[in-house]
Each structure stands twice: as C-alpha cells, then as structure tokens.
Write a protein that binds this ligand. Structure first.
Ligand SMILES: CC(C)(COP(=O)(O)OP(=O)(O)OC[C@H]1O[C@@H](n2cnc3c(N)ncnc32)[C@H](O)[C@@H]1OP(=O)(O)O)[C@@H](O)C(=O)NCCC(=O)NCCS
Length: 152
C-alpha cells in the first residue's frame, strides 16, 4: 500500500464522520463536532489524513494547542484496520509533534483507554509515559491513562 499524507480539507468531512462511526462506535464525533474542531484550523488545531494509492482516506489524526507555549492535546488518531501496522499512526504522531513544536508546546498530552493496548504500545514506542489514570473517563468503568511526552 502506497501511503501519502496531507492536511485535512472540508470536503473530507463526510468520510471522516463515517470512519469515526466505525472506529469509535461507543462515542463517535458528529459532523458538528468535527466542524467545531476544524474551525480552529490553522491557529489552534492541526489535522492530517493518510491516503492509499487510490487516494482514499485510510486514517486521520488531530491535535490542539490553544495558545502558544501551552501543552498540546492529541485529539484523535485513527487508522482503518486494513491499513494498520504500516507506520501510519507513527507518522501522524510525528506530524502532530512537529506542528505542536512550531506552536511552542512544551509537551504532548493525550488520554487513552486503559484496555487499548495497541494505542498504548504505539505511544510508549515513541516516548510517551503514563502520568496518571482517570477513573470513568470514557463512561462508567471505562478508565483512561493520561500520557505525556516532553518535546525537546
Ligand atoms: C492505535 C492505532 C492508531 C495504531 O495505528 P497504526 O497505523 O496501526 O500504528 P503504526 O503502524 O504506526 O504502529 C506503530 C507502533 O505502535 C505499536 N503498535 C501499533 N499497533 C499495535 C498492536 N496492535 N499491537 C502491538 N503494538 C502495536 C508498535 O510498536 C508499532 O510499531 P511496529 O509495527 O514497528 O511494531 C490503530 O490501531 C487504530 O486506529 N486503533 C483504533 C482507534 C484508536 O484506538 N485510536 C487511539 C485512540 S487514543
């Protein structure tokens, strides 16, 4: 699979909403939520998509830095099952970190479900550390780890 990357475009919205329903069926972002996040582009939000050789979106990721010098919050990272384990998410995280560095963010922060072993393995492989665990973060009984990476 030949993968390319670009920043998100408004035209991508329907595809992302549909992917979101498949990948995050418990609490998918709605079209309205995506639009609200995208309204922060380019000042406080950065979103990137991955395309396969047919130029179909196979993944997306986004980050928020609300003001220069403030920690970055990773908002979402998602890759379709058929495109996984090809380094797409690692590439996404690298892009999000580069953009956040340009916004002078001291650290990257994110929340991840305590049972989401693939995502935790991804983040640990690129230097994120678990700094806290939030009880019931995603709903009753659904705890989340807070992970952090200091940007150099
Ligand atoms: C987590 C997710 C984004 C990873 O995407 P990906 O493109 O497959 O990840 P990469 O190929 O970049 O993997 C990078 C590294 O992460 C780790 N990793 C990723 N998936 C893994 C898995 N299933 N098991 C173990 N380690 C894994 C590995 O260290 C991997 O490096 P390697 O392939 O050289 O061993 C993807 O599985 C996904 O979309 N999951 C559903 C949505 C989700 O949970 N998002 C995160 C919300 S916090």
């Amino acid at each position: 699979m030949d993968i390319s990357y670009r920043e998100v475009m408004p035209l991508d919205l329907p595809v992302l909403v549909s992917m979101e329903r498949t990948l995050f069926s418990d609490a998918p972002w709605s079209m309205g939520q995506f639009k609200e996040e995208f309204s922060g582009i380019p000042k406080t939000r950065y979103f990137v998509v991955a395309l396969d050789s047919d130029k179909q979106i196979v993944g997306y990721a986004g980050v928020m830095v609300v003001a220069s010098g403030v920690d970055a919050d990773v908002l979402t990272v998602a890759v379709l099952p058929e495109a996984r384990r090809r380094g797409i998410a690692r590439h996404f995280m690298d892009s999000l970190e580069k953009w956040s560095s340009m916004r002078v963010a001291p650290s990257m922060m994110l929340e991840v479900g305590v049972n989401n072993s693939s995502a935790i393995a991804l983040y640990e492989s690129i230097g994120y550390l678990i700094i806290n665990t939030r009880k019931n973060y995603y709903g009753p009984g659904l705890d989340a780890h807070v992970m952090k990476k200091v940007l150099s």
